[in-house]
Design a protein around this ligand. Structure first.
Ligand code: SF4
Length: 190
C-alpha cells in the first residue's frame, strides 16, 4: 500500500509495503541501461541454444520471459513508488506506457518475479549440457549469475525497497563473496 503523506515517513518520502522510500529515485541513469545490457547475453544464449535443442522449451522459455516482462509488471512496477520514473531497470518507464498506476502491495509480485527468474535460469540447464557440454553449461551459469551479481551491486545496493526478495538475495550473495574474499586474503597474508 503506498501512502503519500504517511505517519513516520519524512517529507519527500512515500511509504510502500511499510517502508519509507524517497520520492526521488536514488539510481544514476546509467544503471537502467547497464541492467538491461547485462541480461542481453543471457537472452541471446537461451534463444540460440533452445532453438536447436527443443522448440517447445524455447516457446516455454519465451512465455515465461513474456510473463516476467509484461503481466508481472502490473503486480510490481505499476505499484512501485518509481513507476514512470528512471529506476534501476527500464521497467519503470516502460510499465507506465502499458499500464496505469496501481495501488497495493508489491510483495506477491516480487516473489512471482523470483519464481520467473529461477525458471528462466533452470529450464535451459539440461539443454546447455546437451548442446555444448560442460563448457556451455558453465558459460550459462556464469552469464546468469554474473548479471544477477552485477545488478545486485549497481541497482539493489541503492534500492530503498528493502522488502524485495531479489535485493535481499543479492545482498546475501555479496556478503558471502566479501567474507570468502576476506578469508582468502587472510590466508595469503599469513
Ligand atoms: S524500482 Fe524496481 S519495482 Fe520499481 S519500477 Fe523500477 S524495476 Fe519496477
Amino acid at each position: 500500500m503506498q501512502d503519500e503523506n504517511p505517519k513516520g515517513c519524512e517529507n519527500g518520502c512515500v511509504e510502500q509495503d511499510g517502508v519509507c522510500c524517497p520520492k526521488e529515485p536514488p539510481w544514476p541513469a546509467w544503471v537502467a541501461y547497464a541492467s538491461t545490457f547485462l541480461f542481453l547475453p543471457v537472452v541471446v544464449m537461451a534463444l540460440v541454444v533452445l532453438a536447436q535443442t527443443s522448440v517447445w522449451k524455447l516457446l516455454g522459455w519465451l512465455l515465461i520471459l513474456w510473463a516476467f516482462l509484461v503481466p508481472l509488471r502490473l503486480l510490481v512496477c505499476a505499484r512501485c513508488p518509481y513507476y514512470g520514473q528512471s529506476c534501476p531497470t527500464l521497467f519503470g518507464k516502460l510499465t507506465a506506457r502499458i499500464f496505469p498506476k496501481k495501488q497495493g502491495s508489491m510483495v506477491l509480485g516480487l516473489w512471482l518475479d523470483v519464481a520467473a527468474i529461477l525458471a528462466l535460469f533452470a529450464l535451459p540447464l539440461p539443454d546447455m549440457l546437451r548442446y555444448g557440454g560442460v563448457g556451455a553449461l558453465f558459460l550459462w551459469i556464469l552469464l546468469f549469475t554474473g548479471a544477477f551479481l552485477a545488478i545486485a551491486k549497481t541497482a539493489c545496493a541503492r534500492c530503498p525497497l528493502t522488502f524485495c526478495p531479489i535485493g535481499k538475495a543479492g545482498g546475501l550473495a555479496w556478503k558471502l563473496i566479501d567474507t570468502l574474499w576476506e578469508k582468502a586474503l587472510e590466508k595469503v597474508r599469513r
